[in-house]
Every structure is written in C-alpha cells, then in structure tokens.
Design a protein around this ligand. Structure first.
Ligand code: HH2
Length: 309
C-alpha cells in the first residue's frame, strides 16, 4: 500500500502544501477592462514570442498570421492572459531597436487587441513600446528590468494605469549568465523586488497594479533556480502577487538532460511547485497541459473550491 503523504488541517487546507497566501472565494484581479476571478489555481499566462530567436518556439510565431493563430489557440486552451513579446531575452541575446520591436508586436496587436477575450500583456522594457502597445489595447506591462532599463517606463505605467510585472534580473540578457553570484539568492531577490516595488509606488503606480517575479534563469545558476522555487513562499510573503516563468527553461534541461522541445514534464513540475507556494500567475508556453496540471493542484490546495474552476 502507498502511504498518502498529505495531512489535512481542520480548515480543509492541505497542511503540508497549503499556499502561504490562500485565495479566498470572490477575490478578483482587474486588468484593464477585464476582471479575472482568482481561482484555487494560479492564472495562466500564455507566452507569444513574435521573434526570430527566442530560446523556445524560435521563429515559429514571427509571422503575424502564425502569431494570431497561436493567440487564438492559447485562448481556446484556457490562457487567461497572453504575454506578447518582440525581443528575446534569452542568455546572450542582442537587443533590438524599438522600430523593429514595434514592427513585430504592433502587427499582432492590431489584429487581436480590440476583440481579445483576454487581457494582453506586453513583454518589453522599452517605454515607447509599452506606450504604443497600451494605446493599442495592452493592459499589462511585463518588464524584465523591473522599470530600470528605460527611465520613462515607470511614468508610462503610472500614467496609463496598467499593471506592471517587476522581474528580478542580474545584469542584462547579454551578461546575466556570466558567473552570477549571490550571498543569499532568495533574500537578495526579495530586497530587490521590494525596492523596485517601492520605486514604482513612488512613481505613482498603485500597489494593486504591482506584481513581482523572481526571474527564473535571469542571472541564476541551476542551484539558484532550485532555491528560488523551493523558497518561493519567502517571495510570496512580500505581499505582491507573484508571477513565475519556469516554462521550458534551461534549468529543466540541466536536470533531465532534455532540450527545449522536451521540457513539458519538468515545466509542469515547476509550475505545480510554484502554485503550491502561492504563485498567482504561471507564465507558460504549454497552456493546455499546464492548465490541467494546475487544476488538480488547485483542487488539492483548496478542496472546498475545486468545483469553481
Ligand atoms: N521569461 C522570459 C521572458 N519574459 N517575463 C517574466 N515576467 N518572467 C519570466 O520568467 C520571463 C519573462 C524568457 O522566456 P521566453 O519569452 O520564452 O523566451 P525569449 O526571451 O527567448 O523570447
């Protein structure tokens, strides 16, 4: 007989794995004109990279027709947010100029934003791209530099009233994997994210429009990435909704010896662990599979609510 490893407390939460920030029934997240009910599981953010050189799906959605089709597919599969990006941030990636980045994302936004059934996030660190994307209907700015690389980004976010994702990164995509070192990676990420949230608040971004992200793979060794996932509750305890993007990343390849096209199971494991620790949004390339895994995870974490999903 297999021993059942879960322990239940009298509140009907799993005592071993219950989230440190349980979502209560009726809580919502507002993103522009969208009000998303917060479920027992994290929300799903589908990744749409309209780039020729992303580390995964490289070039598959660079053509606007292919990107629009993938947008629709991910919505159909259950994505609650789509994250649109026009510049790869893989280790060693060269930056692209704003003209080229807009050419890539603008063509897709023009076709999907007006009638999109889900909120669109723009994955950029450039204020000009953020502003043009917001003008075209994006309601969220996912900034891998946490509003640091472009001095005008905080103002754009504050003025337009969109939600900002503040992500931790050591260095820049070109340099970040050159021997990253920390004394205590999780503690340093926490202080960085708290400082960046304070900077956003000081620029006029309201607290409810701020999300944070430890930036898996952005200036981290395999060991650092493992500590981030294992100690995610410390980041959740900062009090901002936490987004986690582990999907298909190289730490999974290092553990399992598999390439980008074969990292689904590892990505699901990371997503489930992040959900158990209280992550509110999971960024994924594989929406259907991640949704199914997280539905089960959410049901176990909040059994009284599982029928609501
Ligand atoms: N990861 C990537 C890009 N943007 N944004 C957030 N908030 N968190 C992440 O973990 C994150 C992110 C890298 O993944 P991907 O977009 O698939 O690849 P590329 O940057 O090569 O386009």
């Amino acid at each position: 007989m297999v021993a059942y490893p879960l322990v239940w407390d009298d509140k009907q939460h799993c005592a071993v794995t219950a989230s440190s920030s349980p979502v209560s029934s009726g809580e919502t997240l507002t993103l522009g004109r969208f009000t998303l009910p917060l479920l027992a599981r994290p929300l799903l953010m589908g990744v749409l990279n309209v780039t020729p050189d992303s580390f995964s799906d490289s070039g598959r959605f660079a053509d606007p027709d292919a990107a629009v089709a993938q947008f629709g597919r991910m919505v159909e599969e259950g994505a609650e947010i789509i994250d649109l990006g026009g510049e790869s941030s893989r280790p060693g990636a060269e930056s692209v100029d704003a003209g080229e980045e807009w050419r890539r994302v603008g063509a897709v936004l023009a076709r999907v934003a007006a009638n999109s059934p889900v909120p669109i996030s723009i994955d950029t660190y450039k204020a000009e791209i953020a502003r043009r994307a917001i003008d075209s209907g994006a309601v969220m700015v996912n900034d891998i530099s946490a509003l640091r690389f472009d001095p005008e980004m905080a103002q754009v976010v504050a003025e337009t009233g969109v939600t900002a994702v503040l992500m931790h990164m050591l260095g820049t995509p070109r340099t970040m994997q050159q021997n990253p070192e920390y004394h205590d990676v999780v503690a340093e990420i926490c202080s960085f994210l708290e400082a960046r949230a304070q900077a956003a608040l000081a620029a006029g971004v309201p607290k409810e429009k701020i999300m944070v992200d430890p930036g898996i793979g952005f200036g981290k060794t395999l060991f650092h990435n493992l500590l981030i996932i294992g100690r995610l509750k410390e980041i959740v305890a900062l009090g901002y909704p936490v987004l986690v993007g582990a999907s298909r990343k190289s730490f999974i390849g290092k553990i399992s010896g598999v390439d980008e096209s074969d990292r689904l199971e590892g990505s699901l494991a990371a997503a489930v662990l992040a959900a158990c620790a209280g992550a509110r949004i999971i960024r994924t390339h594989d929406v259907r599979q991640t949704r199914r895994a997280l539905e089960v995870c959410g049901a176990v974490l909040h059994p009284a609510r599982f029928t609501e999903n």
